[in-house]
Design a protein around this ligand. Sequence first.
Ligand code: GTP
Ligand code: MG
Length: 696
Amino acid sequence: MIVGTAGHIDHGKTALVRALTGVDTDRLKEEKARGISIDLGFAYLPAPDGAVLGFVDVPGHEKFIHNMLAGATGIDFVLLVIAADDGVMPQTREHLAIIDLLGIRCGVVALTKIDLTAPARQAEVSADIARLLQGTCLADAGIVPVSTVGGDGIADLRRQLFAAAPTIRARATSQRFRLAVDRSFTLAGAGTVVTGTVLSGAVATGDRVVVSPSGLVARVRAIHAQNRPAQSGVAGQRCALNLAGDGVSKDAIARGQMVLDPELHAPTNRIDATLALLATEPRAVAQWMPARLHHAAADIGARIVLLGDAPIPPGGAAPVQLVLDRPIAAVAGDRFVLRDTTAQRTIGGGIFLDLRAPARRRRTPERLAQLDAHRIADPETALAALLDISPHVVDLVAFARDRALAETRIQAIGERLGVIRAAAAEGVFALSSAAWLRFTRDLMATLQQFHADNPDLPGIGLERLRLQLALRLPPPAFRSVLDGLARAKGVALDGAWVRLPSHEVRLTQEHERAWSEIAPLIGGAERFRPPRVRDIAALRALREPDVRRLLKLLGRMGRIDEVAHDHFFLRATVAEMVGIVADLGAAAPGGGFTAAQFRDRVDSGRKVAIQILEFFDRHGVTMRRGDRRRVNRHRLDLFRRPTDEETGGAKTLGRETSGRETPGRESSPVGRPDFKSGRGRESVLGGFDSLSLPPR
Ligand SMILES: Nc1nc2c(ncn2[C@@H]2O[C@H](COP(=O)(O)OP(=O)(O)OP(=O)(O)O)[C@@H](O)[C@H]2O)c(=O)[nH]1
Ligand SMILES: [Mg+2]
């Protein structure tokens, strides 16, 4: 358990921690000289049951509220210190408001300096305190009168702390590791050491971690947990980590940064959140109001974007978007506090909902419904809610990361919800099985309709199809789903074209007639130097755009190839020329062949011969070095006539070209959770490959 003090300046917080633990946490020269706390102080107290209680002592001075905030994150139990002589003072109220905003529910009030006051005064202050706590998260907290001079009440208070420690709900060790850094220093003989509270998960010696948002990679060389040497540290403990690695130094890491499981490193500067405004605020929060955002041990300038219709009145709460001056490492569900830009007062605070907030269309009904789903703390319920609403698709990698969920946890959730997953380089996209059924039905119906309307087109463009469907998947998810469907033979993909496997392109009668007139022109004796589109149009008295459209169509069907702009060759001629190139290559195994040699064989002009060779270069059939070319044997069958030439075939140029336009689409990205890369693309896709497609 981590105990944190809170309360007005000089009310006896540090004296109380010393009375309880024997440790004077005011160590700075300036603290000694001025008799006040400035920065955070730390102390530890072994409990009779073997546990160790950690103490974070905070300064009460109004100028050092930012330090108080850095210390208050990660405490389980608050020791609200109120001096019996002074009574409730401004920072008593402000610290209490902060504790309330941070959602710290456990605590006790220490009524200090009772040696200086009469019982009547203590009763009076106790009554004030009871009123103060009403409606706050400390409403049920008891009041313990103490004196650090006489020692009254100290043993009782200590006993209460020991009793509370086992009742503190263990923080999620099933989550991934996060530590909020509050100190960074160099230790002689050890090197760089950072300290902080472990917010979630666990860390062990030898672990690789990332300092976020900077991205610095480090290895954990040694650990102190609750002030003792340890092999590991877990959520709810204060830890000191001895870090090693390139660029790791005390100056490279500072208070406000996080040490993370590398999978969690994804800083963000635009966060949708709920904001509750303190009732003591003089004015409503207006659009684009600047503020200081305090999150864990970090503080950053921020702007508030209202997502509701009206300004947020004092005492009110509403969803907002926080636009930060620089990115931070956070997790959805984290608490934050806002203070005014001059750092004089606390404005309010709330909970982060969505770390990947959109800059546009951020207050549509659809978006606000998503925020309602993000508001649900339980990840399984939240995921189910998100899948249930538009756009019905959730990136599981981002979802798990932004909630710091361990791999096994998100796996189990996905399985329990029966989600359909599609893996892409950009993420693992999940749909509910109901949405999947609707999606595939819509997809099949759309393809059928498209083919009926456009019998002469090989298929519908990928992007056009995506935009036409009611359930609009993000492009990478859509591509991944189609790949899976193609493997299951539900659809066929020809490069950027999608079609039903049964669809065959048919030329209209008009096209057939035109083609029967054109074909002899580009075949036959002149096949190595066929006329271009304009010449064909002139020779056959056709409109140039009509000829071009027809030839492009035949190109997509794999019957001809556009070797250069408006210059089409029969696929058979291209295959013949590949044969010639292969011959030339075989005859000159060492140095390759020249364009002139090729021109002599095909008997075309020099310019055309070079265009043909450049076409082969583009498709990898030949490789050019200087004025010579060599042949790539693996590419020689690229232009073989499809066995069924009317179908457009699988080996069209389109497919090859498109394959190269999207390099790395299948490559496994770095930094992905293992549930994708580890289990492999196939097994993830297996989820929907095995589903039957809806009846047509
Ligand atoms: N008589 C008496 N004096 C006390 C008691 N507790 C603290 N003091 C004195 O009050 C003064 C302030 O105590 P601190 O513990 O430094 O107060 P603090 O709340 O830590 O102050 P900041 O950290 O600066 O906010 C010191 O001179 C203490 O000796 C007490 O129970 N009785
Ligand atoms: Mg102090």
